[in-house]
Ligand binder design. Structure first.
Ligand code: 2P0
Length: 329
């Protein structure tokens, strides 16, 4: 049995950052909810093939066999799927990213969503989207959101068993673009999982991050309901700057930003001062993603492309949810 699935990446407008206690169940429950846009470019295609004879799982990522921590994380995720399917067979996983892996463009979001969909189908399970989002979340929190296209909400939930921690799509009349501005190259120094854990344990600002987060989500949802890009952009920038403030104030501190990140941020502010609606968000890496209206995207991309040190710009729009590309025996 095999199945192939594709999932697009997503960028959080209101960020997920930190985990809540799940009583040691390894359910990967977020400390806060989040709200994202699934993109129409960048993503992961993954094939899962079951094997009668294999002595363990295997992983080939972007043409290279992987072992160690990468394989262990995938194998632990497959254990969850085997548990759901009451199956014991091992699987070979072949995955191709069209996201620069570990460069802050959220490859784990599309990767674990595509893996969740391909693995469940290969093991003969058909989960509805809500259950798929809960399963993907256990691989990587942001992956839950790639289940759906467009704007997506991931609920924080309250329950220890994670039953109310799922993603759902948000309806809006708003159309928008995210201009992805590459402000660095190579793998990041601090992964998002370890970065958020360290910030949560050591930053005195972390409690304020959690306390003020629900209001940001409410404001972003109201902005989407009103199709108000300016209001959405304003709360988006506020959320990312608070998230990064927890890294600056961690002990020891760490920085995802490079000087180019700051140059790009200055250019976004200059665009705004000049009357162009443009707002920035940064994740666990140096890149800047600029939210703007479709009609402004070419101008924003040209302005950001001129910033010294920028490696390249891509314009992304709202994309579709995860889908099965093929399956069979
Ligand atoms: C987000 N990030 O909401 C936030 C903003 C990065 C910064 O979700 O530990 O790889 O696997 O659940 O999903 C990236 O963190 O973390 C992320 P885990 P994940 O997109």
């Amino acid at each position: 049995m095999f199945a192939t699935a594709y999932a697009h990446t997503n960028i959080a407008l209101v960020k997920y950052w930190g985990k809540r206690d799940d009583g040691g169940r390894s359910l990967n429950l977020p400390a806060v909810g989040s709200l994202s846009l699934t993109l129409d470019r960048f993503g992961t295609e993954t094939t899962v093939e079951l094997s009668q004879d294999a002595q363990g799982d295997s992983l080939v990522l972007d043409g290279t066999p992987r072992a160690g921590a990468e394989l262990a994380r995938v194998s632990a995720f497959l254990d969850r799927v085997r548990g759901l399917a009451k199956e014991r067979r091992y699987a070979s996983v072949t995955s191709r990213n069209d996201v620069p892996t570990a460069a802050g463009l959220a490859s784990s979001a599309s990767a674990f969503c595509a893996l969740a969909l391909a693995a469940t189908r290969a093991f003969g399970l058909t989960l509805d989207d809500r259950e798929l989002s809960k399963l993907a979340r256990q691989g990587s929190g942001s992956a839950a959101r790639s289940t759906y296209g467009g704007f997506v909400l991931l609920h924080r939930g309250e329950r220890d068993d994670g039953a109310d921690c799922f993603a759902e799509p948000l309806q809006t009349a708003l159309d928008a673009r995210l201009v992805v501005v590459r402000c660095g190259s190579g793998p990041k120094e601090v992964g998002s999982t370890s970065g958020m854990g360290h910030a949560q344990r050591t930053s005195p600002y972390f409690p304020a991050w959690v306390e003020t987060h629900a209001r940001d989500l409410d404001d972003a949802r109201a902005a989407l309901a009103a199709a108000d890009l300016e209001k959405l952009g304003e709360v988006m920038e506020h959320s990312t700057l608070k998230m990064h403030a927890t890294t600056f104030s961690a002990r020891p501190a760490f920085f995802y930003w490079t000087p180019t990140t700051l140059e790009a941020l200055a250019r976004v502010r200059a665009l705004r001062a000049g009357g162009t609606g443009a707002w920035a968000t940064m994740d666990a890496g140096p890149h800047v993603k600029v939210l703007c209206a479709p009609a402004d995207a070419a101008r924003v991309a040209a302005a950001l492309g001129e910033v010294p040190g920028v490696f390249g710009v891509d314009v992304a729009g709202p994309g579709p949810g995860a889908r099965v590309l093929g399956s069979g025996a």
